[in-house]
Design a protein around this ligand. Sequence first.
Ligand SMILES: NC(=O)c1ccc[n+]([C@@H]2O[C@H](COP(=O)([O-])OP(=O)(O)OC[C@H]3O[C@@H](n4cnc5c(N)ncnc54)[C@H](OP(=O)(O)O)[C@@H]3O)[C@@H](O)[C@H]2O)c1
Length: 188
Amino acid sequence: MAEHVLVIGGTGMLKDACLELAARGYVVSVVGRDTGRLEAMMMDASAAGNMLSPLEVDYFRTDAFTQAVRHAVELFGPIDAVVAWVRSDAREVLPATMREVSAAGRSWRLFEVLGTASKDAETPRSQPDLSPAGGLCAYREIVLGFVPQPGGARWLETSEICEGVLDAVTSDRSTVVGTVEPSEARPR
Ligand SMILES: NC(=O)c1ccc[n+]([C@@H]2O[C@H](COP(=O)([O-])OP(=O)(O)OC[C@H]3O[C@@H](n4cnc5c(N)ncnc54)[C@H](OP(=O)(O)O)[C@@H]3O)[C@@H](O)[C@H]2O)c1
C-alpha cells in the first residue's frame, strides 16, 4: 500500500515537493488555508496523472485541524510521515498532529522544517516534546540554511528547499539544506 504523507503548510515553498511526492506514488494530503492555492496544486497534480488531497483548514483552529487530519486518515489510511512547515507561534499544531496521527497505533515519522534561525547560538531551539505521540513518532529535522558563494551568501532557492525535503523524506533522515555556519556569513 502507498505511504500516506501529510504536509502541513505545503502550498507555498513546498508545493513542488508535494507534487513530486505524489508523482513518486505517495498519497499526499496537504494542509493550507487558501482555496485557490490548494485547487491550483490539485490541478497541477491531476494534469500529471497524480492526485493530491487538499485539507483546507487554519491550523490555529486546533479542533478543525484535528478533524481535517482525522478525515484524511479515514479517506486514505494511517499517516506514515508528516512534513511540518509551521509557524513557531502555532504551538498546538505539533501536539495535535502527534495525538491524531498516533491514534492509528502505528509508528510514523515527523519531519519538521525549520529556518536558519532555529540554529542561533543565543536562542537554540530544542526538539519538540514528543510525548503526545506515545512513543510512536520518530523525529527528524530539516533545517533550511543558506548557500555561501564568492562575495557573500544567498538564501536557498525554492527548488533547493524542495530537493532537500524530498531527500530527507525518501531517505528518512534529518538534514541541513545548504549550511547554517558560520552564522556571521548569513545573507543580510
Ligand atoms: N533559509 C531559511 O531559513 C528560510 C526560512 C523560512 C523561509 N525561507 C524562505 O521564505 C519563503 C517564504 O516563506 P513562508 O513562510 O511564506 O512559507 P510558504 O511555504 O511560502 O507559506 C507558508 C505555508 O504555510 C501555510 N500556512 C500558513 N499559515 C497557515 C495556517 N494558519 N493554517 C494553515 N496553513 C497555513 C500556507 O498556506 P496558506 O497560504 O493557504 O495559508 C503555506 O502553505 C520561502 O519560499 C523560503 O525561500 C527561508
